[in-house]
Ligand binder design. Sequence first.
Ligand SMILES: Cc1cc2nc3c(=O)[nH]c(=O)nc-3n(C[C@H](O)[C@H](O)[C@H](O)COP(=O)(O)OP(=O)(O)OC[C@H]3O[C@@H](n4cnc5c(N)ncnc54)[C@H](O)[C@@H]3O)c2cc1C
Ligand SMILES: NC(=O)c1ccc[n+]([C@@H]2O[C@H](COP(=O)([O-])OP(=O)(O)OC[C@H]3O[C@@H](n4cnc5c(N)ncnc54)[C@H](OP(=O)(O)O)[C@@H]3O)[C@@H](O)[C@H]2O)c1
Length: 255
Amino acid sequence: MPNWTKGTITKKQVWTDGLFTISVKIDGVKPFVPGQFLHLALPGEPNPDKPDEPQRINRPYSVASPFGPELEFFVVVVPDGELTPKLWELEEGDAVEVSDAGVGRFTLDKAPDADVLWLVATGTGLAPYIAMLRTDQTWDRYERIVLVHGVRHHRDLAYSEELNWFREKFPERFRFVQSLTREEAGGCLKGRIPGLFGDGQIEKAVGWECTAGTSTVMLCGNPAMLDSMEETLGKRGMKKHRSKSPGQIVLERYW
Ligand SMILES: Cc1cc2nc3c(=O)[nH]c(=O)nc-3n(C[C@H](O)[C@H](O)[C@H](O)COP(=O)(O)OP(=O)(O)OC[C@H]3O[C@@H](n4cnc5c(N)ncnc54)[C@H](O)[C@@H]3O)c2cc1C
Ligand SMILES: NC(=O)c1ccc[n+]([C@@H]2O[C@H](COP(=O)([O-])OP(=O)(O)OC[C@H]3O[C@@H](n4cnc5c(N)ncnc54)[C@H](OP(=O)(O)O)[C@@H]3O)[C@@H](O)[C@H]2O)c1
């Protein structure tokens, strides 16, 4: 069980119905590395067998910002989920408990060096990459970075303004590709990410190749996307990176 600290919501940004970012003022969370996650908790129903013990509903969330006095969490409401409908109800000034220490190995210090870093996400799997892109060490380490974000609808493309800002800041070094699966829109590819990698559409849009010799690929979000991408990249001789068996792929499963 994590140790809990008190957090206060300072801002709620709604991207579209059920998809939102909360900023949380923290007190007592230890420094962590971009890509790591914390647990968020809200009060649960009292347990009659343990009436004096506070009950919590808690889940892990990637932190969408680097460590600081306020942290961002990018969350989607899962219908019938236990915690997310309650997180959605929170407003500025409300309390949320936050675990005190970052966890996880989905960080750049666990990723191999490469010419090109590919950050591939579905849905809220974008969160850890926002934290990484906001960190100077990421740009010091990788000469070229591509972000690929796949969502259902155009309205789900959160953080687009910030991604555009990075593209303007690093025109030679940063590209991003957004893909939609359930509608078409100008500037976006149409289809699921593994298919768009498989038939070369993503690399064509970016202008850079994703090969074992040149690239590190991080994958985050829907576990089915992770599995399909591993298979797709496997056909190019790319495999999961492990300290004893180096590869090119690092991944984070959300469920
Ligand atoms: C390391 C890690 C980091 C995570 N970071 C984030 C994050 O930054 N933002 C975020 O929104 N979620 C994130 N999640 C998912 C999060 O922990 C919860 O599982 C999710 O918010 C659902 O919680 P819930 O209590 O509402 O649903 P639950 O009552 O736990 O059950 C819902 C069921 O829906 C499935 N599910 C979970 N997440 C999703 C999803 N996004 N889409 C569809 N089905 C889902 C699971 O199978 C789960 O059993 C992360 C998970 C992990 C393991
Ligand atoms: N606006 C929102 O995003 C929103 C708002 C409220 C509630 N919700 C709920 O939140 C939950 C999560 O929705 P989400 O859209 O964030 O996440 P998601 O269901 O994981 O979908 C995100 C993207 O991943 C794609 N995907 C699914 N399976 C894949 C696979 N095997 N390989 C590659 N890509 C795959 C989806 O394509 P497909 O379209 O082809 O499945 C979609 O483009 C859902 O229960 C949803 O109803 C979402």
